[in-house]
Write a protein that binds this ligand. Sequence first.
Ligand SMILES: NC(=O)c1ccc[n+]([C@@H]2O[C@H](COP(=O)([O-])OP(=O)(O)OC[C@H]3O[C@@H](n4cnc5c(N)ncnc54)[C@H](OP(=O)(O)O)[C@@H]3O)[C@@H](O)[C@H]2O)c1
Length: 230
Amino acid sequence: MTTNILITGASRGIGAAIAEALTGDTTRVVALSSADGDLSDPAAPERLWQASLDRLDGRIDVLINNAGVFEDNALDASDADWLANWDRTMQVNLTASALLCRRAVLHWRDRKAEGRIVNIASRAAHRGDSPAHWHYAASKAGMVAMTKTIARAYARDGILAFAICPGFTMTGMAEDYLASRGGEALLAEIPLGRVAMPGEVGEMARWCALEAPAAMTGAVLDVNGASYVR
Ligand SMILES: NC(=O)c1ccc[n+]([C@@H]2O[C@H](COP(=O)([O-])OP(=O)(O)OC[C@H]3O[C@@H](n4cnc5c(N)ncnc54)[C@H](OP(=O)(O)O)[C@@H]3O)[C@@H](O)[C@H]2O)c1
């Protein structure tokens, strides 16, 4: 039987690498992007879930929440702007993922089926992030806590949940990417001497989605070149 997989944020970067790693003879992949629906719209996750189900003949086996935004929120922004920025990041990174997880768990529970969730969180969930990114770190920490909760709640039903926490991952042109994240100083913080490549995260997501042993459910996996070891 084919494994039907829904991936958000799959047009580029890590999501595209996950889609590539999961594309094969035994899988059917729906690879979403903002062109399919804007996850900052609270109604979008439900619509996207239904549309994806239709494309996959009514069965989804694996949900991968990868779509995310990393936007600045300056401490001295106006109160209204600061709150709007906070809410937008929470909506896209955490609430939309939660809504999709909920649909997935209900889908599997109703069908008495097994299923897997892979949530792409971030090193920031554990380490925190830069001063303009309280919201980003909080959204990813929320994702990790949600993943553990789902794993504990539904393991007996064969519903497994994993979180992957990438550190810096080369999702743009190398030089631009490094410059935007602090250049050489960034590399000095990474014992491996380089940032992660999207294909490395893609391979981890593929493994969690298709192969990871059931006893591993609830695990939170790091891919950060030992830049934050916990
Ligand atoms: N790159 C890193 O260094 C790094 C580190 C740690 C964690 N992560 C996490 O890994 C995930 C992927 O990151 P990335 O760097 O590969 O991101 P990216 O290159 O910026 O791509 C983001 C993806 O999410 C989609 N997306 C963004 N906003 C959306 C919205 N409002 N509605 C629907 N889709 C939306 C984009 O679709 P469009 O192409 O249509 O805009 C795109 O497919 C994110 O959750 C990110 O937080 C990344």
